[in-house]
Structure formats: C-alpha cells, structure tokens
Ligand binder design. Structure first.
Ligand SMILES: Nc1ncnc2c1ncn2[C@@H]1O[C@H](COP(=O)(O)OP(=O)(O)OP(=O)(O)O)[C@@H](O)[C@H]1O
Length: 606
C-alpha cells in the first residue's frame, strides 16, 4: 500500500470509528464534547489569567507604591481561582460523560460483533482464520471506539493548551521552544514504535492465546469433567497450559523490558535538557536579562507543558494503537458470506407441498479438494418419509448441510418446487426445514424454551410446546419434573436439573416436531433412546410429524424399514435406492447391512 492509500485507509477507518461512536450514543457524545470544550476553554482561561497575574505581580513589585496595588493582584487571584474551579468541574463532568459514552459504545460494539458472529456462514467455523479473526476482534476490545472518540477530543484539548504554553514560553525566550520539542518528539517516536511491535506480536500470537484458552476451557467446563478425572488428565493439561502461558508472558515481557529501557533513556535526556535550560534561564535572570517573574512562570508552565506533552504522546500513540486494533475488529465485521445471498430472491410457492430435489450434487469442504459428496441425485416428495443409510463417514450429514444451505454444492443443484435453492431468500428457504443434528444443542434454558426454540416465532407456544413434547415421547418425564415445563435444564444456574442423554434427545426431537417447517430432518434421532421409546416413536411417525415430509438418518435398520423410500450412501455416492423390499431383494449393500443386524437379533432369540 502506498503512503497516500495508507493515509486514506486510516482516515476512513477513523471516520468509521467515529460514526460507530455517534450512532451508539448521540446524547452522550454531544455531552462529552460539550464538557471537553468547557474544560479546554476554562483551562486556557486559567493559563491566560496566570500569565496576567505574574505580569501584574512583576509590575507591582517594580513600583515603589506596591502596597497600594495589592487589590489588582487579588482581582487576578480571584479570577484565576474561579477559572480553576470551572476547569475542575468541567473536567469531572467530562470524565463522567466519557465513561457513560464509553459503556454505551462498548455495548453497541459487542452487539455488532455478535450480529456478525450469528450471521457468518458455517464454513467460517471450519477455518482457524475465522477463530483468529474473532479472537482478534474480541482482543481489540469493545471499548476502543469510545476511546478513539474521547482521545481525539483530549488530543484537541492538549494541542490547544500546549500551543498556548508554547506562545507563553516564546514570550519569555524563544530559545526555550526547542526544549519542548526535545521533550516530546523522541518520546512519541519510541511509543509509536513499541505500539507497532506489540501489535504485530499480538497478531502473531492469536492462535497461541486461543490454544491456552481452549486448554483452560477443557479444565474448567463440565462437559469434560468426567473424562478429565477418570483419565487423570488434569495435571497434564495444567502443565501444557502453563507452558504456553510462560511462552506468551516471556515474549511480552521481553518487549516490555526493551520499551521501558528506551523510554527511560528518552525521559532522562528530556529531564537533563529541562534542567540545563532552567540553569540557563536562572543565569539570564541573574544577569538581569529576565525578570524573576518570568523565571517563576517558566517553572510553573514548563511543568504543565511536560505533563501535557506526556499526555499528548500517550494520546497520539493510543490513537495509533486504537486505529490498528480497530482494524482487526473491522476485519471481522467485513467478512463476506460464502453461501451467497440472492439479491432478487424468487418466492417459494406452495411451500406446504415442498418437493426437494438434488441433481448431480458434488461437494468438497472449503479448503479441501476431496469430494465428500459425489454426483448425488435424490428426491424428497411432499409427505414422503425418506431414509438415508450408510457407513460412518459416507457423507450423510454433509448432505443435510447442503440441503439446508449451510453450504452450497460445488457442482450440481438443489431445487425446491423446481426453483434453484440459490435463487431463494436464504431465511425463507431455511424455514422449510426442521433439523436435529447428531450433535444437537443443549440450551441452559427451561424445558419450554428448549422446545420452543424449534419455532421461535410461533405465536401459540403454550399449546404447541406440550403437543410437540407429547409427539416426541418427552411429555411423560417432563410432567414428573418439579417445575414441569418451567424446569431449568442445567446445573450451571440455581434450581437447574440435568437430564439423561436419552431424555435430552427427546427434548431435541420435540424441537424438530414444532410445526415450523415442511420437511423434518432427523440425523440419528433415536441413538440414545431405549427400544420401547424408539418403537413408540416410529409406530405412528407420519401422524407425529403431521404428515410433513421427513428425511431420517439412522443406523438402526428396524427404523429404516418403515420409510417409504430408502437411499444407501457409500463413500459420498448414492449406491442403491428403493423400498425396503426392493433393496432387500437386490442383495447389495442394504441387504448386507440388514442381514448383519438381523443376525444378532436372531442369535439373541436362540
Ligand atoms: N467440516 C468438515 N470439513 C472437512 N471435512 C469434513 C467436515 N465434516 C465432515 N467431513 C468429512 O466428510 C466426510 C463425510 O462426513 P459426514 O459427517 O457427512 O459423514 P456421515 O455419513 O454423516 O458419518 P456418521 O455416520 O459418522 O455421522 C468424512 O470423510 C469427513 O471426514
């Protein structure tokens, strides 16, 4: 990037930051600006009054009738006092307004990050780049936009105050001006240099931080608590975690050490220059070339100039740092969809009779070259119960992800009622499906909410939730819970209850049974259920799903044989398809799978 482009990029990112700040809290941005303006005006006023006071004192001291003019001095003392009071109050109010604005902006930015996180495509989760970008966005901190806005204002304030001090010092002796430059510029360069070094290091170390975070989660989350104890993994993980943290700390401390050394040298040189110039001014005063008042004024304001210069350096380097880190936040927010959204979506007509058709569908996961789905042709007709069978890794779950447009096929097409799924509005299209994956979610919410999440926008949850629970075979055990549908399903919070794996599966199934969609997709829906529960579920399955279409994936062929039509997958391809009887007669893969399972049942009976 050329310097002009870089400058333009920095400017546009600054404008973007300010617009975030403005949008999130207009009132407090205005108040904060107002109080800072008040702080600047009163601060400059105090400086001016201070100078006037010193001038008057010097004049008065030079006159023989000094005692008569004390009133004039007092006049300036009172004015300076009032100015200082205004300055202190304005400063406090500006601080409060900044803090309030900061909190509002932080919440707004958190909201924006979450909005991006819930809308990015599933493909992002598969890539370490997504996790790095999210981690960096989090590291960049939601406080930053507010900091940038207030830093800009403080910067303006300090520049004005410093300019006023420069003018005052120039009136004493212009030769003193370079001193200020020497006190400020090297410190600024050192700060900016180390800010960049630290930023580059942090970017490189994102994955290391994430790995440490992951290990910490392994050690502290309830999901792994059982295995961790039984396999005695605790100390091993603790050691690994410590090792990573030691490395991170070591690298960071090395940078901090170097920075402290350089900054100390710069500060020592600046102080030496100050004392040399003080000595020079004292000598000039002794020679009668300066007044004592000017020497006092120099001492007074140089100290201020030094503080202000330090603040200026801090604000400039902070602004630079914020600009760098906000870049990481914007990088996350600007991620583009990999599943394209149609700009002129075609309305899905007759969705209540959804006919789903896959034509020559091929698919390789992003970042891989191997097709896990190969030339698949398949159809789910309205009201039809279709089963999908196949060995582990044959591509069944990947096929569901394609049907529901969590991914798009790399070749071929998926059509709903003759319309290419890619031409439909993605939200409207996804509403056609109720899907329960093998790794369904356990929400730390009430039973009611866990089921209602299957149709979050439904209006009559009070009736539909118990109805769905009944159909999924969950109603009986829910009625036995202390708070029935209001029971909290978690031990994370007070009064929570943990369910068995099979009970959780019934809750997940009830979620799919909520009447939202036209096609119900169940990936291994009964893997944790007892045989009685399973056979009850499939006895009148068509009624339970209200005569919608269904795609059921199962390894249990007793379940599969109830389907109207069966597809057999092997290594990403549909190798066989037909009814149970026709496939059994064919004597192929299905026959083989079925016979193997049947053999064990027959053996048991003997
Ligand atoms: N996110 C992913 N990225 C890359 N490859 C993947 C991903 N998920 C699955 N695969 C690969 O795709 C292939 C099909 O996996 P899939 O989960 O679709 O199989 P499946 O038939 O559902 O298996 P199972 O019966 O074990 O659930 C496997 O070889 C797997 O390694």
């Amino acid at each position: 990037m050329t310097s002009v482009n870089k400058l333009f990029a920095s400017f546009s990112s600054l404008m973007r930051i300010l617009s975030i700040s403005w949008k999130s809290s207009r009132k407090w941005t205005l108040l904060s600006t107002f109080f800072i303006a008040l702080e600047i005006i009163s601060g400059l006023g105090v400086l001016y009054l201070l100078k006037q006071m010193v001038d008057v004192v010097t004049e008065v001291l030079a006159e023989p009738t000094a005692a008569d003019n004390v009133g004039e001095v007092l006049h300036y003392v009172v004015l300076t006092g009032l100015g200082t009071l205004a300055y202190v109050v304005a400063r406090a109010l500006a601080g409060f307004a900044r803090e309030t604005q900061g909190m509002l902006v932080a919440d707004h930015v958190d909201n924006m990050v979450q909005e991006t996180a819930i809308s990015v495509d599933l493909a992002f989760y598969e890539s370490p780049l997504y996790h790095d970008t999210l981690e960096r966005a989090r590291q960049s901190g939601s406080q930053r936009p507010a900091q940038v806005a207030s830093n800009l204002m403080l910067l303006g304030k300090n520049i004005l105050m410093l300019a006023a001090i420069v003018v005052m010092i120039a009136t004493i002796n212009w030769l003193l001006l370079p001193i200020i430059l020497f006190a400020i510029v090297p410190a600024l360069i050192a700060r900016i240099y180390f800010t960049r070094i630290l930023y580059d290091w942090q970017r490189r170390r994102t994955q290391m931080e994430r790995r440490a975070g992951y290990l910490d989660w392994l050690m502290t989350s309830d999901i792994h608590a059982k295995e961790l104890r039984l396999n005695q993994l605790g100390n091993f993980l603790r050691f690994k975690y410590k090792h990573i943290r030691d490395d991170i700390r070591g690298e960071k401390l090395a940078i901090s050490r170097k920075r402290t050394m350089v900054e100390s040298i710069v500060a020592v040189v600046a102080s030496m220059i100050f004392f040399t110039s003080l000595g020079y001014l004292a000598w000039q005063t002794a020679q009668g070339q300066n007044s004592v008042g000017e020497l006092v004024l120099f001492l007074l304001i140089f100290q201020r100039a030094q503080t202000m210069g330090q603040e200026l350096v801090q604000q400039l380097s902070k602004l630079y740092e914020d600009h760098l880190y906000m870049g990481m936040l914007f990088e996350f927010m600007d991620m583009q969809h990999t599943v394209p959204r149609s700009t002129q979506p075609v309305k899905i007509v007759h969705s209540e009779k959804a006919n789903l058709k896959l034509e020559n569908v091929c698919f390789a996961y992003p970042g891989t070259h191997k097709n896990v789905i190969k030339n698949v042709n398949m159809e789910i007709k309205p009201g039809q119960i279709v089963a999908l069978v196949g060995a582990n890794g044959s591509g069944k779950t990947s096929l569901i992800k394609l049907m529901t447009r969590l991914y798009d096929p790399t070749e071929g097409s998926i059509q709903i009622n003759g319309i290419d799924a890619q031409n439909c509005d993605i939200d409207e299209y996804r509403q056609l499906f109720s899907v329960i994956f093998q790794d369904y979610s356990h929400y730390a919410e009430s039973v009611h909410e866990n089921i209602r999440f299957g149709h979050i926008n439904g209006s009559d949850a009070a009736q539909t939730v118990p109805w769905a629970a009944e159909n999924a075979g969950a109603a009986a055990f829910i009625e036995e819970l202390d708070d029935k549908y209001d029971t909290m399903l978690t031990r994370l919070f007070d009064n929570g209850k943990e369910l068995s794996v099979g009970q959780w599966q019934k809750i997940a199934l009830a979620r799919a049974f909520m009447l939202k969609s036209n096609i119900v997709i169940l990936d291994e829906p009964t893997s944790a259920m007892d045989p009685v529960a399973e056979s009850e579920l499939f006895e009148n399955f068509r009624e339970r799903i209200s005569h919608r279409s269904a795609l059921v994936i199962s390894h249990r062929l007793s379940t599969i044989r109830l389907a109207d039509y069966i597809y057999v997958m092997d290594d990403g391809e549909i190798k066989e398809s037909g009814t149970h009887e026709s496939l059994f007669e064919l004597g192929g893969i299905y026959h083989d799978l079925f016979s193997r399972q049947a053999k064990y049942y027959q053996h048991d009976l003997i």
